[in-house]
Design a protein around this ligand. Structure first.
Ligand SMILES: Nc1nc2c(ncn2[C@@H]2O[C@H](COP(=O)(O)OP(=O)(O)OP(=O)(O)O)[C@@H](O)[C@H]2O)c(=O)[nH]1
Ligand SMILES: [Mg+2]
Length: 382
C-alpha cells in the first residue's frame, strides 16, 4: 500500500479521461462560421467530412507538418483553388487550428465529476473540495483549445495547478521561528491540540526530536493534566530524547503548566517550548473552554492541530470547530502510512485555509515528513 493510493488512482484517472476526451474528436461542423471540420477515412471521429470542400481537405492533407487528425490521408489530391493567396492562407490556418485542437467543455468536466464524485468522497475528498476542484478545472480547461497529441500534459498541468491552489497555503518556517525567539529572548511556544488519540503526544515528540537534530533544545510541557498516564507518557519521551519535562499534578490547570514551562525555558535560555494538551472533542464544552484559556493565557506562537487522517470526512468538522474555537495556525496529518485515501489532507486544508506542517508517517521519531504542496501534488497526478 502506498500513501494516498486511492486518491492518486482517481485523480490520474481524471487526467486520462479528460485528455482522452480532448483527443477524441473534433466538434461537429460549425454552423456559425460556415467552415467545416475535416474528417478523413480512418480517423477516430464521427465519420467522413460532410461540409468541407475538396480544396480544403486537400490542403489539410498537404500541410504535412501538422498531422491534425489521426488516420490515413484520403486518396484525393490537391486541386489548386482560385481564391487569392492571402485569403486562402487565413482560411487554411483557421481550418488547421480546428482540426488540430479540440475544446473541452464544462460538461466534459462535469461528467467526470458526476461519475467520480462518490469515489473521491470515498478517498475522503469532501464535497466542497470536489466542487472547488471542478470549478478550477473548468476555469483552466473549458473553452481552451487543446492541441492534439498534447492533451495529456495540458490536462495534467491543469489538475496540478488546481490542486496546488487548494493545498498550497504557504509554509511555516520552524527554524526561523526559533531563531527569532532567540533574538527576542523569548522562546516560542508551540501548542499541540486535537481530538483524542489523534497523535498529539507522539507528534510533538517527533518535532522535539527534529529540533534536537538541528541543534535546538526544546522543553516539553505536560499540558495534558486530564488523561490517566499522559504525564508519564510524555516523561518517557523526555527521557529518550534527553529533554526536560515541566509538569504539575493531574487535574491541575493546563494553562499554568504551560506558563511555567515558558518561564523555565526563558530562564534557562532554551530554544522552544513544545506543549501537549489533552485530547478533546469539539462537543465537550468544558474541555474546549479549557483550551481557550490555555491559548488566552499563553498566546502560543504556533497552534498545531493534529488530525488523524484515518478519521475520514469527520476530519473536516474537527478542523472547522477547533479553528473556530482557538484559531489554528497549521495542521499535522497523522497515520498517513496506514491510510491509502489521502483526501482528508485536501479537505482539512481547504476548510480552514491553513498549511500542513508535516505528515506523520509512522510511530518512530524519524517518521515525520515535512509537507511540500508541490511534492504532494506531483505524487498525486504526476
Ligand atoms: N502508524 C502511525 N501511528 C501513529 C502516528 N502518529 C501517532 N500514532 C499512534 O497513534 C496512537 C495515539 O498516539 P498519541 O500520540 O498517544 O495520541 P494523542 O493524540 O496524544 O492521544 P490522547 O492524548 O489520548 O488524546 C499511538 O499508538 C501512536 O503510536 C503515525 O503517523 N502513524
Ligand atoms: Mg496525548
Amino acid at each position: 500500500m502506498h500513501m494516498f493510493d486511492s486518491l492518486r488512482k482517481k485523480l490520474r484517472e481524471g487526467v486520462e479521461k479528460l485528455s482522452g476526451k480532448a483527443e477524441e474528436e473534433v466538434p461537429k461542423p460549425s454552423q456559425k462560421d460556415g467552415s467545416a471540420d475535416v474528417w478523413e477515412p480512418g480517423a477516430r471521429g464521427p465519420g467522413p467530412a460532410s461540409g468541407a470542400s475538396r480544396e480544403e481537405r486537400a490542403e489539410t492533407e498537404r500541410s504535412g507538418d501538422e498531422k491534425p487528425v489521426a488516420g490515413g490521408a484520403g486518396p484525393e489530391r490537391a486541386r489548386p483553388g482560385g481564391a487569392a493567396k492571402e485569403d486562402e492562407k487565413g482560411r487554411l490556418a483557421k481550418l488547421r487550428e480546428k482540426v488540430s485542437t479540440r475544446e473541452l467543455t464544462g460538461s466534459d468536466i462535469d461528467s467526470f465529476f458526476e461519475e467520480g464524485e462518490m469515489e473521491l468522497l470515498q478517498s475522503d475528498v469532501a464535497l466542497e473540495v470536489t466542487d472547488a476542484l471542478r470549478e478550477k478545472l473548468k476555469e483552466k480547461l473549458a473553452a481552451s483549445k487543446v492541441r492534439r497529441g498534447k492533451a495529456s500534459g495540458f490536462v495534467r498541468e491543469a489538475f496540478r495547478e488546481s490542486l496546488l491552489e487548494i493545498v498550497d497555503r504557504g509554509s511555516i518556517d520552524l527554524e526561523g521561528l526559533v531563531k527569532e525567539g532567540r533574538k527576542a529572548g523569548k522562546p516560542p511556544l508551540i501548542l499541540f491540540l486535537g481530538y483524542n488519540g489523534s497523535g498529539k503526544t507522539t507528534t510533538l515528540a517527533k518535532l522535539a526530536s527534529w529540533f534536537r537534530e538541528r541543534g535546538f533544545t526544546p522543553v516539553l510541557a505536560a499540558g495534558d493534566t486530564f488523561r490517566a498516564a499522559s504525564i508519564e507518557q510524555l516523561e518517557v519521551h523526555g527521557k529518550r530524547l534527553g529533554l526536560r519535562v515541566i509538569k504539575h499534578q493531574y487535574g491541575s490547570d493546563s494553562a499554568a503548566v504551560i506558563f511555567d514551562a515558558r518561564k523555565y525555558a526563558e530562564k534557562n535560555r532554551l530554544d522552544v517550548v513544545i506543549a501537549d494538551t489533552a485530547g478533546r472533542q469539539h462537543t465537550d464544552k468544558n474541555l474546549m473552554d479549557e483550551l481557550r484559556k490555555v491559548v488566552r493565557v499563553n498566546q502560543p506562537e504556533l497552534k498545531v492541530l493534529v488530525v488523524d487522517s484515518l478519521t475520514g470526512n469527520d476530519a473536516v468538522e474537527q478542523a472547522r470547530r477547533f479553528h473556530e474555537a482557538v484559531g489554528v495556525d497549521c495542521v499535522v496529518m497523522t497515520k498517513t502510512d496506514v491510510n491509502p485515501r489521502g483526501g482528508s489532507i485536501l479537505s482539512v486544508v481547504h476548510t480552514i485555509g491553513k498549511p500542513v506542517l508535516f505528515l506523520g508517517t509512522g510511530q518512530e521519531y524519524m517518521n515525520i515528513e515535512m509537507f511540500s504542496p508541490e511534492r504532494f501534488v506531483r505524487e498525486l497526478v504526476g
